[in-house]
Design a protein around this ligand. Structure first.
Ligand code: CO
Length: 163
C-alpha cells in the first residue's frame, strides 16, 4: 500500500501567525475531568495513584471549582489532572454533566506562545471560543478552541506563567 508523502515541515517566516507556531504543542498540559463531587474525585486520585493536590481554585467566571493534581514530569514540565465540579447547573460544566455525565471534559495542550498559537490556529479555520487568552489555573494563560471544529473535543491551549 502506498501512502502519499507527508508534507514537509512548514518553514518559519518570522511573521506573526506563522503557520509553524500552531504546531508548537509542547506536551499535554492536563486533562480536564468533569465530576459531580470534587472531594470524592480528589479522594479517588489520591488514594488510587498517590497524587496530591497542588492547587485548588474557584473560577466564578467559568462556574467551576477545581483541583489540579500533578501527574509527573514530562520534557516540558509537569502534567496534570484537572478535576472540575460545577458551581451550578447553569454553567458550562454543569450543562456538560447533564448532557453527558461524568467524564473527560477537555484536553489542554501546552504552548510556548498562546497568542501566536491562537492566531495561527484561527487562520486555519478553527473557531476560537476565546479570541484572546484569559486567566486559567495556576497563573496560566488559556484559551479554548471550539469543539465542533475539533471532532467534538473541547480543546484548551495553555501557556504557563513565566517562572
Ligand atoms: Co483546563
Amino acid at each position: 500500500m502506498i501512502f502519499p508523502a507527508a508534507p514537509g515541515p512548514a518553514r518559519a517566516t518570522g511573521r506573526p501567525g506563522d503557520r509553524r507556531e500552531a504546531a508548537v504543542l509542547q506536551q499535554i498540559d492536563h486533562v480536564g475531568i468533569a465530576c459531580y463531587d470534587l472531594e470524592a474525585a480528589i479522594a479517588r486520585y489520591e488514594s488510587l495513584f498517590d497524587l496530591t493536590v497542588a492547587s485548588r481554585e474557584l473560577h466564578e467566571d467559568q462556574g467551576v471549582r477545581e483541583a489540579m493534581l500533578r501527574v509527573g514530569e514530562g520534557p516540558a514540565g509537569a502534567s496534570w489532572i484537572q478535576l472540575l465540579e460545577p458551581i451550578g447547573p447553569d454553567t458550562p460544566v454543569g450543562k456538560f454533566l447533564a448532557r453527558r455525565g461524568e467524564g473527560i471534559h477537555h484536553v489542554g495542550y501546552r504552548v510556548t506562545n498562546i497568542t501566536a498559537a491562537l492566531e495561527a490556529i484561527g487562520a486555519r479555520g478553527v473557531r476560537l471560543l476565546d479570541q484572546r487568552p484569559r486567566h486559567g489555573s495556576m497563573g496560566a494563560s488559556i484559551a479554548f478552541l471550539h469543539p465542533a471544529d475539533m471532532g467534538r473535543v473541547l480543546t484548551e491551549l495553555v501557556e504557563p506563567p513565566e517562572t
